[in-house]
Design a protein around this ligand. Structure first.
Ligand code: HEM
Length: 369
């Protein structure tokens, strides 16, 4: 048996080696994450930070320049692009399926209720960026799902938010999701924290991700109909009376067709004021304010309200996680030439199995089964 001091030295050496290894790996991740510390999430298999180095080396700067210029003319576009990426990733993964227009086979993902308030200007911007990239890189090289991920990040940066690096190499789906998939993937604004966490858990996200990603509500607008059940028939007691008065001026009756800012303090700046609002009971949706009411998420809200740096670091980490949900890579899916339509010649929105079921069901029905 090795003498005790020798054994202890060996243990210390192994522990030290282990931590050097972890540190080195974290160091690389840190560089990749642009200033985030050890918590940079792993990069999904098939994605990389330099995916377009050979095929379209200027891809990132083309997206960045476009978004910066477009957001300087229409500040709301930043919110539109950020939300579009979120709605893509939470439903069927980040595969640009939300961009597919409906088809003869039925209404598309876009026609599902939560997607009706996505901004047309954001869809147009993605197509315009796609055209620019196709000209620059001689063909459809950069996927629509990568364009979405980059445009969301650049919208955050253009609004004053954190820089983070986006792993690239996603492929696009030829198939959009059903309305039912959209409804189960995107929780309604009336959701409380436990039900939000149920949805997020299924796609590999946790309570810290929920609080950080909800910070996307530091920019943009919401319709009265998304929160007026907090005003009528009785005011939600978790809402500050001043804020209630303000919202009632914008939405004097249930069902008013008007919009208001999500972040009452700094509506167009990407900062941590969203959390300051929550602490002051000025969150717009139940899904926002409950982050402060709930005992699990409240300390995270308080931390982000105190420290914008903490929020920015975590937002970058959580966006990279969100941006890698169920990605298609390698020879899966396709790189769409037109982000609004699957490439000509690829199988249509219905999968064979469901097509066969539909035909069999119809036949059974006509035979009176
Ligand atoms: C956690 C669950 C979430 C719920 C329940 C939710 C709900 C909503 C609702 C209801 C609206 C307003 C729609 C309208 O009335 O027009 C909205 C807007 C918005 N959401 Fe979320 N959201 C969630 C998470 C996120 C995430 C993760 C992000 C991005 C990281 C995000 C970014 C945005 C942005 C930027 C807007 C403003 C869009 C615009 O002005 O066009 N949301 N959200």
């Amino acid at each position: 048996m090795a003498p005790l001091p020798l054994l202890a030295a060996a243990v210390i050496a192994v522990v030290a080696l282990g931590s050097v290894g972890a540190y080195a790996a974290a160091g690389q991740e840190q560089e990749a994450g642009g200033g985030n510390d050890l918590r940079q999430p792993p990069v999904a298999r098939g994605l990389s930070f330099d995916f377009y180095r050979q095929s379209c080396p200027r891809a990132e700067s083309i997206v960045r320049d476009f978004v910066r210029d477009a957001v300087s003319k229409d500040v709301g576009l930043a919110a539109g692009l950020l939300r579009l990426h979120f709605h893509d990733c939470f439903v069927q993964g980040c595969d640009a399926s939300v961009l597919l227009d409906g088809s003869a086979t039925g209404p598309g993902e876009q026609q599902a209720k939560p997607n009706l308030t996505l901004r047309p200007s954001a869809f147009k911007a993605i197509n315009d960026i796609g055209d620019r990239l196709e000209r620059e890189c001689r063909g459809a090289v950069v996927s629509c799902s990568d364009i979405l991920a980059l445009a969301a990040r650049d919208s955050v940066v253009a609004s004053g938010g954190p820089e983070y690096r986006v792993p690239l190499g996603r492929r696009d789906s030829p198939r959009f999701a059903t309305a039912q998939d959209v409804l189960s993937g995107l929780p309604p604004p009336s959701s409380n924290v436990p039900s939000l966490l149920d949805v997020l858990r299924k796609i590999g996200l946790d309570a810290t991700d929920l609080v950080a990603l909800s910070g996307g509500h530091t920019v943009g607008l919401g319709h009265c109909t998304s929160f007026d059940d907090r005003l009528f028939p009785r005011p939600d007691p978790t809402m500050s009376p001043d804020f209630l008065g303000r919202l009632k001026r914008t939405c004097p009756a249930k069902g008013t067709d008007a919009r208001t800012v999500l972040d009452v303090r700094t509506p167009n700046v990407f900062d941590n004021k969203y959390y300051v609002n929550l602490v002051n009971r000025e969150g717009l949706f139940v899904s926002d304010q409950d982050l402060f009411t709930n005992a699990t998420t409240r300390p995270i809200v308080e931390r982000f309200a105190r420290s914008q740096n903490d929020f920015f670091d975590q937002f970058g980490v959580s966006m990279v996680k969100m941006g890698q949900i169920k990605v298609l890579t390698g020879d899966q899916g396709q790189v769409r030439r037109n982000c609004s339509a699957r490439n000509p010649g690829t199988a249509d929105g219905l999968q064979w199995s469901s097509l066969v079921h539909t035909v069999v069901d119809a036949a059974a029905e006509s035979l009176g089964f």
